[in-house]
Each structure stands twice: as structure tokens, then as C-alpha cells.
Design a binder for this molecule. Structure first.
Ligand SMILES: [Zn+2]
Length: 251
């Protein structure tokens, strides 16, 4: 065989591999995109569009989108990264993190948020540049239903006294819940941005009956209302669409 024929064959084979790989990457990407709510912007405000069938090679989530709407900031608006936040405001790395055991031996549950200790009446803010208040309570004894495991491994739910609470929905479908607040400063349905003071840190709810100091119990929940550990999810790489997609929640 002539040298030039071999060379052309190799080039052709490489091209074929690229095309096939590309095809499967796009296929899997679209499979994911097909199941999510697409967000776009009109007049610089996010607008939610329902998930729909996308044409191949259509990628609506651009790096600009990720850059604009998937950046999370400190709830104290102090410019700290999430790791710095944990280093500064978490008191006990066993008790204050997500997943720490709570409840009793006959009613086991986990701590579904993180506890950030700061002086009473420290103002708190939304985590992204845009959000909508989806739940708010000014009742210092406000109860929230959370999952638990009863004796014998039976899955159940239990009401926990969260106290004054604010819940905010972000464009990505993620919600943050701030509890034990001393004061709430927003109303249901209110549109908020990173400069909106949503409340003040306090000790309302079940904290009142403990010796625990004032803190922000901050919970993050996905589209299925399932809580998750903020340590694994709050560092979105603004230049990586793949990373962003990998961290969205699929049923
Ligand atoms: Zn807590």
C-alpha cells in the first residue's frame, strides 16, 4: 500500500471516531436537557420555559447562562467563598454540617442543612442574583415536615420547629431555606436579588429550648425537595457546561 493511502486512511479513521463520539455526547446531553426546565433571559430577568424536545446539537445552556445564574454567594454578602464560610462560621465540624445525626434512637433523622454561627441580628441575603420567595413564616414556632426513620427502619416524617423561616427559589430550581431567624424582611412571592435583606439571624424554633447560640440554619433543596450537602454543590465552575449539567438533578 502506498504511504499516502495509509495516511489518508488514518485521517479518515480519526475523523470517523470524532464524529461518532460527538454524536453520542450530543445524544446524552440532549437526553438530559430534554428533562429540565430551560431558562433564558428577557430584559435581563430570568424567564422559565418548560422542558421540551430539543433538536440535536441544540445547547441552550451557554457559559454566559452559567456565569450569570449559577454563581452562589455567601448568605452574609461578605464575599466569602463557600469554603471560607464554613471555616469562619461553623463551630463544630461533626454537629453543624449536613448529615449530622439528629433525633432520638426511635426517631432517627439527619441534619438537613448547615449551621452558620454569627451574632444575633446579622442580616442574611439570597445566594444568587435572582430569586423568588416561595415560603415565609413570621411565626417563631413555625413547624416544617422532614423525613425520619422510625424503629425497625420504617421511613416516616416528623414535624420540626424551624421558627421564623424564609425559603427562596433560584433560577436553577434550587431552593435555600433559612431558619431560626429573629426577623423576616420579605413577603411571599417577592422577587429578590443579592442585595435584598431577607431576614436577621436569631434563635427561634427548637433552638430556643437548647443552649445553642444564634445561628443560621441554611438548607438547600433540589427540584424534588430533597435536601443536599452544600459542600458538594455550591462550587459551580462557570466555564464548564458539563460540570453544570452533571450537578443538575435528574429524576
Ligand atoms: Zn441546623
Amino acid at each position: 500500500m502506498k504511504k499516502s493511502t495509509i495516511f489518508i486512511s488514518i485521517i479518515f479513521a480519526i475523523l470517523l471516531i470524532i464524529i461518532i463520539t460527538d454524536f453520542f455526547i450530543i445524544k446524552s446531553l440532549n437526553k438530559k436537557l430534554d428533562r429540565i426546565t430551560i431558562l433564558t433571559t428577557l430584559d435581563k430577568k430570568p424567564v422559565l420555559f418548560p422542558a421540551r424536545k430539543l433538536e440535536e446539537k441544540t445547547i441552550l445552556i451557554t457559559p454566559e447562562f452559567v456565569d450569570l445564574y449559577s454563581k452562589y454567594y455567601s448568605p452574609f454578602k461578605d464575599g466569602r467563598t463557600f469554603q471560607e464560610l464554613i471555616n469562619k462560621y461553623i463551630h463544630n465540624r461533626w454537629q453543624d454540617h449536613y448529615g449530622a445525626p439528629r433525633g432520638t434512637s426511635s426517631m432517627r433523622r439527619i441534619h438537613e442543612g448547615i449551621d452558620l454561627f454569627a451574632p444575633i441580628n446579622t442580616p442574611v441575603y439570597p445566594l444568587t442574583d435572582y430569586g423568588i420567595v416561595t415560603e415565609v413564616s413570621d411565626n417563631p414556632h413555625y413547624m416544617v415536615t422532614v423525613g425520619c426513620v422510625r424503629t425497625g427502619g420504617i421511613q416516616d416524617s416528623v414535624k420540626i420547629e424551624y421558627g421564623k423561616t424564609v425559603r427562596i427559589l433560584y433560577p436553577e430550581g434550587i431552593e435555600s431555606i433559612y431558619t431560626h431567624l429573629n426577623e423576616v424582611n420579605v413577603v411571599l412571592g417577592q422577587e429578590v436579588d443579592r442585595d435584598t435583606q431577607v431576614g436577621l439571624i436569631g434563635r427561634t424554633g427548637n433552638v430556643q429550648r437548647t443552649t445553642k447560640a444564634a445561628h443560621l440554619h441554611m438548607e438547600l433543596r433540589d427540584k424534588n425537595n430533597k435536601s443536599f450537602d452544600p459542600r458538594h454543590r455550591l462550587h459551580f465552575n462557570q466555564h464548564s457546561i458539563k460540570f453544570f449539567l452533571d450537578h443538575l438533578d435528574w429524576d
